[in-house]
Design a protein around this ligand. Structure first.
Ligand code: NAP
Length: 229
């Protein structure tokens, strides 16, 4: 059981990579963590912590998300962080990707995270933050090199939808964090990426701690630097 002073996080998309790393980091920092996976994950199972609750959710499945909302009951979270994302055929230009794949990347990376926040915003504790995992590739202004076309577009759309979410709920002054983890050595980031998962998630956890509950929308990287839209 969590004590009253213990912070609580809901990390969505935590089977591996950055989501799993964030779960480990918040547990190590004394948080109570609820983590979601789509199917049983060795990484989460290996954590074996009394402060960890593991649940199942696919963010593209609205009925599944509603069921998760019911299963978790009235618990409130200081952080609700949708980390899940895909990079299907990210190396192909937009005209070389089927309409179905391009649409699915958009749905999973942009529409589903915001639908998840909408479904769970009543579970945010006072003084907490909602967060989505974007990317520097979602910055329109910083796109000097091209590439990753459908992925870039999906993260730019995520940024836009996160801002629209914050405006839609401005009467509640929500704290919305749009985060870039760096270029990280995960299955998605690849072996050539700049930094390891530990460096990224330690930075992200520091940024979240510094921003927790701050009203408005911030687009920040794992070092706390603000990114251009
Ligand atoms: N790595 C980087 O350099 C980098 C840079 C910028 C942004 N990002 C972003 O950071 C996030 C995590 O990336 P990563 O590098 O950790 O990638 P990863 O190793 O490929 O992991 C992706 C995670 O997302 C989950 N996921 C995918 N689709 C889902 C869905 N429909 N519902 C629920 N979970 C789903 C996966 O679950 P399964 O195991 O079930 O597939 C997995 O846990 C993504 O949003 C990514 O775009 C990564």
């Amino acid at each position: 059981m969590a004590n009253d002073s213990q912070k609580r996080a809901l990390i969505v998309g935590a089977s591996r990579g950055l989501g799993l790393g964030l779960v480990e980091t918040f547990l190590a920092r004394g948080w109570q963590v609820t983590a979601t996976e789509r199917r049983p994950s060795q990484g989460l199972a290996a954590l074996n912590s009394a402060a960890l609750r593991v649940e199942t959710a696919d963010i593209d499945d609205d009925a599944g998300v509603a069921s998760l909302h019911d299963r978790l009951g009235p618990e409130r979270y200081d952080l609700i962080f949708v980390v899940a994302g895909v990079a299907t055929q990210a190396h192909d230009p937009v005209h070389a990707v089927s309409r179905e794949v391009a649409a699915q990347v958009y749905l999973t990376n942009a529409v589903s995270p915001i639908r998840f926040l909408e479904a769970f915003r009543d579970r945010l504790a006072p003084g907490g933050s909602l967060a989505v995992m974007s990317s520097i590739l979602g910055s329109v202004a910083l796109n000097e090199t091209g590439g990753w076309e459908t992925y870039r577009a999906s993260k730019a759309a995520l940024n836009t939808l996160a801002r629209s979410f914050a405006v839609r709920h401005r009467a509640e002054s929500p704290s919305v964090l749009i985060l870039h983890p760096g270029w990280v050595r995960t299955e998605m980031g690849g072996a050539e990426a700049d930094i390891d998962v530990e460096t990224s998630v330690a930075g992200l956890a520091d940024v979240i701690a510094a921003q927790l509950g701050r009203p408005g929308v911030q687009y920040l990287d794992y070092r706390g630097d603000t990114l251009a839209w």
